[in-house]
Design a protein around this ligand. Structure first.
Ligand code: FB9
Length: 506
């Protein structure tokens, strides 16, 4: 048992009235928190008697108390007296204004205050109008402000009158602090000779049978175990694995997305995004300066892409614009994982025999957009792609229902939309019970023939696809309003460690 606990028991032994932990701390010249610690350990000390009743060494009542802590300036005054009183002393000692101003920090405050309280004044009669103490100033014997702050610092706030406290608050000399204090008194089983209950059964006790006359602390089965030092999945990663699970259950294969740097060819041109499209400007896209250009493309496929853009074909008018190979070579940070879908669909088209395919991707994409509470310059895009014969918009709507149902989202609405690489395109909305409103939960469409046919996919093969972000569902799932609380350097790791497991469909 700590020596402080012993001293505390000694002090209590001499008292018949409850004493506050604050007074105990002052009496024992100990920090209040340490005294509180000792009180808590004494509370847990009384052993449990045969019929399981714990001996009550001390009675303890908890109380909330507001007390005042001195801010730096307050401490300065408590140590050296109030600024105005010090100035008055210096004026009385004949110090000049200049000397006083250089005398101590806050002297200027003291000067203003002493003048304002008419303790001192400028002697108009004397050359240079030196400062002189007024009659009132000369009668000021005690530094009420200084003394009151000393008393306050000693914890005896009761001794400081209301209006003095009001002045202290106005002068920002003190801060309010809510503290918990403990009223301690002797318990029915109070004693000062408390032997230290053993917390460990050591080999030595066993070998020397010393344990027989030892008292052991009871097991505290309520005690929380030390949290295992373990890794923690970021909420985004938990939701990602939920989405991954859903796609795998639906028979989708994950696309390799381990290339954040992509060529404008696969990110835009292969998707029939015109080279003049605003999305391809620096406003929206991060262009890579080194390596600035991609070099290898399937030459014949590139020519077919050039043609469909510049002259059209496959029943399309194309964009009837110049198509620059230099533009298509430009390396960027991919703006969507649909670039990966283009690569996968091109590869699929190279197969001798077309086989239906279902692909998905969940990975980072980058957009040079203006940032706000829900948008960063990067997010995780979730994308599903289904390639098969004669797929229609109906199939897309069907698979969107199947997909979102697995998220526990049943009520969907579809709104016509536009993407350069899909026609028709639809924004997907779901009614969110919690938010009591329709939320946009994604985008989708049927890839254009101008995208698929140059790849070499058979005429009657169509490809439906949809996309959404990982961040939005994660923010809704974990009740995060600002994306910066979920992603980035401001994330409080506590949130990562404490966030619950993620069950999307629940
Ligand atoms: O994720 C989005 N919303 C969303 C998704 C799920 C969700 O789950 C809740 C638990 C219930 C909640 C919200 N959106 C897409 C909609 C909006 O947030 C939108 O404002 C922001 N979008 C991002 C792009 O922002 C510039 C989300 C991101 C997005 C948009 C489109 C696609 C992918 C991600 C796509 C696509 C696509 C289309 C056709 C073919 C292939 C891919």
């Amino acid at each position: 048992m700590s020596d402080l606990s012993h001293r505390l028991l000694e002090t209590l032994a001499g008292l018949n009235v409850p004493v506050s932990s604050i007074d105990l701390a002052n009496q024992l010249k100990e920090d209040h928190q340490r005294v509180v610690g000792a009180i808590k350990s004494l509370q847990g000390l009384g052993e449990v008697d045969v019929n399981g009743v714990r001996r009550v060494l001390i009675e303890v009542q908890q109380q909330q108390k507001t007390d005042w802590v001195l801010r730096d300036e307050g401490q300065e005054i408590a140590r050296h007296g109030s600024h105005e009183f010090r100035v008055l002393r210096m004026v009385v000692d004949g110090k000049s204004k200049e000397e006083i101003e250089k005398g101590f920090p806050f002297a200027d405050v003291g000067l203003k205050k002493a003048l304002a309280q008419k303790w001192i004044e400028y002697d108009k009669a004397a050359p240079g109008n030196p400062l002189k103490a007024t009659k009132k100033g000369l009668e000021v014997a005690v530094d009420e402000v200084g003394d009151s702050l000393k008393r306050l610092e000693a914890g005896d706030s009761a001794a400081v009158s209301e209006n003095v406290m009001k002045d202290f608050k106005k002068r920002n000399l003190v801060d309010k602090r809510d503290i918990t204090i403990f009223l301690v008194s002797k318990g029915p089983d109070f004693t000062t000779n408390v032997s230290k209950a053993e917390a460990d059964l050591t080999v030595e006790m066993l070998t020397k049978d010393a344990w027989k006359e030892k008292k052991f602390k009871d097991y505290n089965f309520e005690a929380l175990g030390a949290p295992p030092a373990a890794g923690y999945f970021h909420p985004l990663m938990k939701v990602r694995s939920e989405f991954r699970q859903i796609f795998l259950e639906m028979g989708f294969v994950e696309m390799p997305t381990n290339n954040f740097v992509e060529s404008s060819f696969w990110n835009f041109d292969a998707l029939f995004v015109p080279q003049q499209h605003p999305a391809r400007d620096v406003q929206d896209t991060f262009f890579v300066s080194d390596p600035a250009e991609a070099t290898s493309f399937p030459p014949d496929y590139l020519e077919r892409v050039r043609t469909v853009h510049s002259k059209g074909g496959y029943g399309s008018a194309g964009y009837n614009t110049e198509w620059s190979e230099a533009e298509t070579r430009k390396n960027i940070l991919r703006t969507h994982t649909t670039a990966v879908s283009a690569r996968m669909l091109y590869k699929l088209a190279q197969q001798k025999e077309f086989t239906p395919a279902k692909y998905f991707s969940i990975d980072r994409v980058f957009r040079n957009e203006n940032l706000d509470a829900t948008h960063l310059a990067e997010f995780h895009q979730i994308e599903g792609v289904v390639a098969d014969y004669d797929l229609s918009l109906g199939h897309l709507i069907g698979i969107l229902h199947a997909f979102f149902n697995k998220l526990g989202i049943t009520k969907l609405r579809f709104k016509p939309a536009y993407n350069p690489y899909t026609e028709p395109s639809m924004e997907v909305f779901s009614y969110h019970e919690g938010l009591k409103k329709w939320v946009e939960v994604g985008n989708s469409g049927v890839f254009r023939p101008e995208m698929l046919l140059p790849m070499g996919l058979p005429e009657n093969v169509s490809v439906i696809a949809w996309g959404l972000s990982l961040e939005r569902p994660t923010m809704i799932k974990y009740g995060v309003d600002n994306i910066r609380d979920l992603v980035g350097h401001k994330v409080d790791l506590q949130m990562v460690q404490a966030n619950p497991i993620c069950r999307l469909d629940k």
